[in-house]
Write a protein that binds this ligand. Structure first.
Ligand code: GCU
Length: 973
C-alpha cells in the first residue's frame, strides 16, 4: 500500500526496469540509498497508518541488509496464474522497499543466490529444488519457505502445490524480513488449520457500519462497479493474513444484495478479491423471496420458495462464478427466519444450502439467536442441539465465542463440542463493540486464546474449542473462523492505529490458533512500528496488558453488560450505564451477579460437560474471573485472596484506571522512536482513554457503593447522583434539581454542592450534612434562560479535601429546557394520547386533527406515535411517520419562532425536515440514540395573525420524529 508514497529517489527511479513498471509498482521512499543514520523522530517519515502492517521500510542494519540483499535481491519467477502474479507483485513491492534496491522478477537465476517462487506446475526450478512429495502435502493453501543449496547456489524458495499457497508464502517471506528473521537456515512448512477464514463486515448499503468505529464503509455502492485502489489494498491486507473469504454486508440486511443492481457491483468487487484468493460472500435476508421475489411466503418447504432460491443462486453464479455463499442471521433480534413458518433452523439453512450446492457454495448459519434477555445465555444451545446432524453438508453453524454477545468476559459458548454432527465455526468480534470502540486500547487476542484453549471435554479431554473449530474433534466438512471486522474508510482503516493489532491477530489465529498472543503482539508491532527493541517491548506490553486493564476498570469478575442499553447507533455500548442494564447484572442491595446455576439460577451451567458444570456450579470452584457471570453473591463474599467482592471491585476500578495513565507514560517513552504523526495520534487516543477510564471507574464505583453502602477500605470519597438524570427544566423559571450527595467516608461531613451550568444560567449552591455511608438529597436551584435548549449539568459536591468521584456519569443531568406553557403561543408535547403530557402543555397526538378552536392540528395525513417509556415526560414519546404530515398552527400578529424538538431516547434518529410554504426551513442531522436537537424556525403572523402550515418530512425511506413543538412570540427588537 505504498500508494501514499509516490516519492522516488533519482537513483532508484533510474534503476526501475520495465517489469516493475508493467507490474505497476511504485518504489517506497525507503528504497533510497542507505545513509547509515540511526532513525530518530526527525528523520522518520510521517505515516498515516494506511499501510497497516504491510510497511516495507528499508532494513536499517547494514550487515543484515547486505545478507538480505544477497539472498533476495534476485527474484526468479517462471510464470503462473493471477494469484502468483499478485504474489510476485507484492514481493517486488515489499523487497524493493525492504532492501532499498529494485527487485523485479526474472525467469532464470544467474547470480549465486536467488529467491525462487512458484509451484511445481509452473516452474521447472521449483521442480528441481523441492521434492514433489513435499509439495503434495501442502494442499491448496499451504507452502514451504526454505533455503536450498544446489550447484553452489543458495536459493530461498517459496513453493506451493497451488497458486494460493505461493501468495501466502510470499507474504510469509516478507513478514520474516519485516521482523528481521535470519534466512540462512529457513525451513518452514505451513498449512492452515481451517479452510474457512472469514472477514465479516457489518456494513450497510447507505455507507453506515453497524458497530463500526473507523468512519464510514469503504464499499461505495453508488460508485461500484467502478473500482478504487482501496479495494485492491483491502484484498492485499486480507491475503497478508491469509483470510480467504469476505462477507461484505451486515448480518442485519435487506434482501437487495441478492439481485441487480447489486450483482454487477458485487461481481466487480469479487474480481478484485479473486486476485488475492478471497471469495466474496453476502448475507442473505431469509425473507428475500417475499421482498425481492414477490412471493407471499418464505417458508422453506414451499416449492415456490425453493424455486426462487434456486433461480437466484443461478443468477448469482452466472455473474460471480467463484461466489462463496451466504451468511444468515435468522429468527434473532427481529430478523425473519424459518421459525416464522414453524420450521427449524436446519430447514432454513438446508433450503439455502440446496440452492448453493450445485456450485460448491456454502451457508454459514448463525447460532446467535437472541429473542429474550432471560433466555439469552441458553437459547442457542436449546435451539441448535436438537438439530445436530440435520444440517446439510454444505451448511456450517457460526457460533459466537460466548453465549451472550462479545462481552469483556464470557465463558466459551456451550455449543462448542455439542454439535458432533453439525459443521461448526467460531465467530469472534474484531471490532470492539463492548470493549471500548476505537478509543480504548483493548487487544483481544489473549481473550480469544482463552476461549480457543477452553477444553469443552465434550468428546473427552483435549476437545478444546480450537480443536473443535479446526475440525480435529469431529469429522466436519466445513469449519473455521469468522471475524466481525473493524475496518472503515478511516485513512488508517481501523480508526485507531493500535486497533489494527486485533485485525492482524484475528487473521493470524484463524490460520494457526496455536500462535501465542505474545508472538502475535510482537510480530504486529515489528511490522507496524519497526524493530527497535524498546518499541517492540513497550508496544507488546501495552497490547498484552490492555484487555485485563479494560476489564479491571469496566467489569471485573464477569459482571457483564454494563454498557448503556442496546441501540444501533455508533455510540452504542460505549459508556457505562449500570442503572439501565440491571436485567443483565442483577445487582441489588443484597448482592451482585447473575445466578446461572442449575441449583438456584437459570440452569445455564447444565449445558457444559459434567466436570465443567460442577466447577461452574460452585462459587468456590468456578474461575474467579467468571464468578459474577455465574453467581449472585453477597458483596462481602470472599475471593481466594481473602478480599471481599466489593473491595475487589473498588480496587480493580482504581488500579485499572490508574494503569491507563501509566500506559500513556510508557508510550511517551517512544517519542523519538515512532514517527511523529502516529506517535501523536496514539498519544491523543490514550489521553481520551484516560478520561473514559475515569468515567467508568467513578460511575461504577459510585453505583456499587450506592447499592451496597459498604465503604472502600482503602479510599474515601464523596459522590453525587442526579436522579432522574434526564429531566425537563422550565426556561426563565426557578427549578429545583434533586441531587443526592453520598458520603463514602468514615465520618459525617458538612457538604456543599454546586452545579456546573452553561453561560447565561443561574444556580445556587446547596449545603447539607451527610452522615457516613448515607445519602442526602439536596434541591439545587437552577434558572435556565427562557429559550428552548438542551444542556448537561454537572453536580459537584465537596467537603474540605475529601476526594470526589467527579467523573461519574451519574453526577450529570441531561436537561431539556422548555418555556412554561403560559409564555408560549403554542406549547405542544407530542406523543400518543395514552402517554403523560408535560404540565400545562397540550397533547399533540395522531388524533389532533386541525380545528380552529384548538389553534393547531394535522391537516391531511396524520402521523403515528410512540411512547418509549424512557427519559423525561417530553422526550420519552413522539409522533413519527415516513410520509410527510402537515401541522397547521394559528399565529397571532407579529413575529414569533417555532422550536421543534426531535430525537429518540432509544435508537438513532433520522433527519426531520421542515418546510413552510414549500420552502425548506430547517433540517436536523441524523442523531445517535439518546441525542436530541431543537430546530428553530422564525415565523411571521403578519399584522393580524394567520395560519401557517409546517410540513414535516424525512428523506426517502426514512422516518421523522417530533417530540415537542413550542411557538413563542419574539420580544420587541
Ligand atoms: C449484537 C450487536 C448487534 C448485532 C448482533 C448480531 O447484538 O449489538 O448490532 O446485530 O450482535 O451479532 O447479530
Amino acid at each position: 500500500m505504498s500508494s501514499g508514497i509516490r516519492r522516488r529517489s533519482l537513483l532508484s527511479a533510474a534503476a526501475l526496469g520495465s517489469t516493475a513498471a508493467s507490474l505497476g509498482l511504485s518504489v517506497p521512499a525507503s528504497a533510497q540509498p542507505v545513509l547509515g543514520t540511526k532513525p530518530s523522530a526527525a528523520t522518520l517519515p510521517a505515516e498515516d497508518g494506511y499501510d497497516l502492517w504491510l510497511r516495507y521500510r528499508r532494513v536499517e542494519d547494514p550487515g543484515q541488509l547486505e545478507r538480505y540483499r544477497a539472498a533476495l535481491g534476485t527474484l526468479v519467477w517462471q510464470g503462473g496464474g493471477p494469484l502468483q502474479q499478485s504474489a510476485v507483485e507484492e514481493l517486488g513491492r515489499g523487497l524493493t522497499g525492504l532492501l532499498g534496491t529494485r527487485v523485479a522478477p526474472r525467469i532464470s537465476a544467474p547470480s549465486p543466490a536467488a529467491l525462487v517462487v512458484g509451484t511445481a506446475k509452473s516452474s521447472a526450478l521449483i521442480r528441481e529444488l523441492v521434492p514433489a512429495a513435499d509439495l503434495a502435502e501442502l494442499g491448496d493453501e499451504g507452502y514451504v519457505v526454505r533455503r536450498v543449496t544446489r550447484r553452489g547456489k543458495h536459493f530461498t524458495v517459496v513453493a506451493a502445490h497451488a497458486d494460493r499457497g505461493v501468495l501466502y508464502g510470499a507474504f510469509h517471506l516478507l513478514r520474516l524480513v519485516q521482523t528481521r528473521r535470519p534466512l540462512e537456515q529457513v525451513d518452514l512448512m505451513e498449512r492452515p488449520a481451517t479452510p474457512l477464514r472469514m472477514a465479516n463486515h457489518w456494513d450497510n448499503d447507505d455507507g453506515s457500519i453497524e458497530r463500526g468505529y473507523a468512519g464510514r464503509s469503504f464499499f461505495d455502492w453508488e460508485k461500484l462497479p467502478q473500482l478504487d485502489t482501496r479495494y485492491t489494498d483491502y484484498a492485499r491486507v486480507l491475503a497478508s493474513l491469509s483470510i480467504n473469504g469476505a462477507v461484505i454486508n451486515n448480518v442485519n440486511t435487506p434482501a437487495d444484495y441478492l439481485a441487480e443492481p447489486f450483482l454487477t457491483k458485487l461481481a466487480a468487487l469479487a474480481g478484485v478479491l479473486r486476485r488475492y484468493g478471497v471469495a466474496l460472500y453476502v448475507t442473505a435476508n431469509f425473507a428475500a423471496p417475499i421482498d425481492l421475489g414477490g412471493l407471499d411466503t418464505a417458508d422453506p418447504f414451499d416449492p415456490g420458495v425453493r424455486g426462487w432460491w434456486t433461480k437466484q443462486a443461478a443468477e448469482i453464479y452466472g455473474k460471480i462464478e467463484d461466489f462463496g455463499g451466504f451468511l444468515v442471521k435468522a429468527n434473532s433480534e427481529g430478523r425473519p427466519g424459518p421459525l416464522d413458518y414453524g420450521r427449524t433452523h436446519a430447514d432454513g439453512a438446508n433450503l439455502l444450502a440446496g440452492a448453493l450446492r450445485p456450485y460448491g457454495g456454502i451457508v454459514m448459519w448463525r447460532a446467535f439467536v437472541h429473542d429474550s434477555d432471560e433466555k439469552w445465555d441458553r437459547q442457542a444451545y436449546l435451539d441448535f442441539t436438537p438439530l445436530d446432524g440435520k444440517f446439510a453438508h454444505n451448511a456450517v453453524v457460526q457460533i459466537k465465542n460466548g453465549p451472550i454477545d462479545f462481552q469483556v468476559r464470557e465463558p466459551a459458548h456451550p455449543l462448542f463440542g455439542s454439535l458432533p454432527r453439525t459443521n461448526s465455526m467460531i465467530e469472534l468480534q474484531v471490532t470492539q463493540e463492548y470493549t471500548g470502540h476505537a478509543t480504548h486500547l483493548c487487544y483481544l487476542v489473549p481473550q480469544w486464546k482463552e476461549v480457543l484453549d477452553f477444553d469443552t471435554l465434550k468428546a473427552g479431554e483435549g476437545s478444546t474449542v480450537a480443536r473443535v473449530v479446526t475440525g480435529r474433534v469431529h469429522s466436519y466438512t466445513h469449519f473455521g473462523f469468522a471475524g466481525v471486522m473493524n475496518f472503515g474508510d478511516a485513512r488508517n482503516w481501523t480508526g485507531s492505529h493500535l486497533a489494527a493489532a486485533n485485525t492482524h491477530g484475528y487473521g493470524r489465529l484463524a490460520w494457526n490458533p496455536d500462535l501465542s498472543a505474545q508472538d502475535l503482539a510482537a510480530e504486529w508491532t515489528r511490522m507496524t512500528f519497526g524493530n527497535d527493541p524498546r518499541v517492540v517491548k513497550t508496544v507488546s506490553a501495552l497490547l498484552l496488558d490492555s484487555w485485563h486493564t479494560y476489564e479491571d476498570y469496566t467489569s471485573p469478575l464477569g459482571t457483564g453488560y454494563l454498557t448503556h442499553p442496546p441501540d444501533a447507533s455508533v455510540a452504542g455500548h460505549f459508556d457505562p450505564s449500570p442503572t439501565t442494564t440491571t436485567q443483565f447484572h442483577t445487582s441489588d442491595r443484597a448482592g451482585i451477579g447473575y445466578d446461572r446455576t442449575t441449583a438456584t439460577g437459570d440452569g445455564f451451567t447444565e449445558l457444559y460437560a459434567p466436570a465443567t458444570r460442577d466447577a461452574y456450579e460452585s462459587p468456590a470452584n468456578c474461575p474467579e474471573e467468571l464468578l459474577l457471570f455465574l453467581h449472585h453473591v453477597p458483596y462481602t463474599h470472599r475471593l481466594a485472596s481473602g478480599t471481599t467482592v466489593i473491595q475487589h471491585i473498588y480496587d480493580t476500578h482504581f488500579s485499572g484506571a490508574a494503569r491507563v495513565a501509566d500506559m500513556r507514560t510508557e508510550w511517551e517513552g517512544l517519542r523519538r522512536r515512532v514517527d511523529h504523526r502516529r506517535f501523536t495520534d496514539v498519544h491523543r487516543q490514550l489521553g481520551e482513554q484516560i478520561t473514559e477510564a475515569a468515567k467508568w471507574r467513578d460511575t461504577l464505583v459510585a453505583y456499587w457503593f450506592d447499592l451496597s453502602r459498604i465503604r472502600d477500605e482503602r479510599r474515601a470519597w464523596l459522590q453525587a447522583i442526579v436522579a432522574p438524570a434526564d429531566t425537563v427544566l422550565l426556561g426563565g423559571e426557578r427549578n429545583e434539581l434533586p441531587v443526592q450527595v453520598l458520603n463514602a467516608t468514615g465520618s459525617g461531613l458538612r457538604t456543599v454542592t454546586t452545579l456546573d451550568v452553561p453561560e447565561g444560567w443561574r444556580s445556587e449552591e446547596a449545603a447539607a450534612y451527610v452522615a457516613s455511608r448515607e445519602g442526602q438529597t439536596v434541591k439545587m436551584p437552577v434558572v435556565p434562560p427562557p429559550t428552548p435548549a438542551l444542556a448537561t449539568l454537572h453536580a459537584r459536591p465537596r467537603s474540605g479535601a475529601v476526594p470526589v468521584l467527579d467523573a461519574s456519569l451519574r453526577s450529570l443531568a441531561k436537561a431539556v429546557v422548555v418555556p412554561p406553557a403560559a409564555r408560549c403561543v403554542h406549547a405542544l408535547d407530542a406523543g400518543p394520547d395514552s402517554a403523560p403530557v408535560l404540565k400545562d402543555y397540550a397533547r399533540l397526538s395522531p388524533s389532533s386533527g386541525w380545528h380552529e378552536g384548538a389553534g393547531f392540528g394535522w391537516v391531511g395525513n396524520t402521523p403515528d406515535a410512540t411512547d418509549t417509556g424512557l427519559f423525561d415526560v417530553v422526550r420519552r414519546d413522539y409522533v413519527r411517520d415516513s410520509a410527510p404530515a402537515v401541522l397547521r398552527l394559528k399565529l397571532p400578529a407579529g413575529r414569533c419562532t417555532a422550536h421543534l424538538l426531535t430525537g429518540d431516547p432509544n435508537t438513532l434518529n433520522r433527519s426531520l425536515i421542515v418546510r413552510v410554504d414549500g420552502i425548506e426551513r430547517a433540517r436536523s442531522e441524523q442523531l445517535d440514540g439518546r441525542e436530541f436537537t431543537w430546530l428553530r424556525i422564525p415565523l411571521d403572523g403578519g399584522s393580524s395573525g394567520r395560519e401557517v402550515d409546517l410540513e414535516l418530512s424525512a428523506k426517502e425511506d426514512e422516518t421523522w420524529h417530533l417530540s415537542a413543538c413550542v411557538v413563542v412570540a419574539d420580544g420587541p427588537a
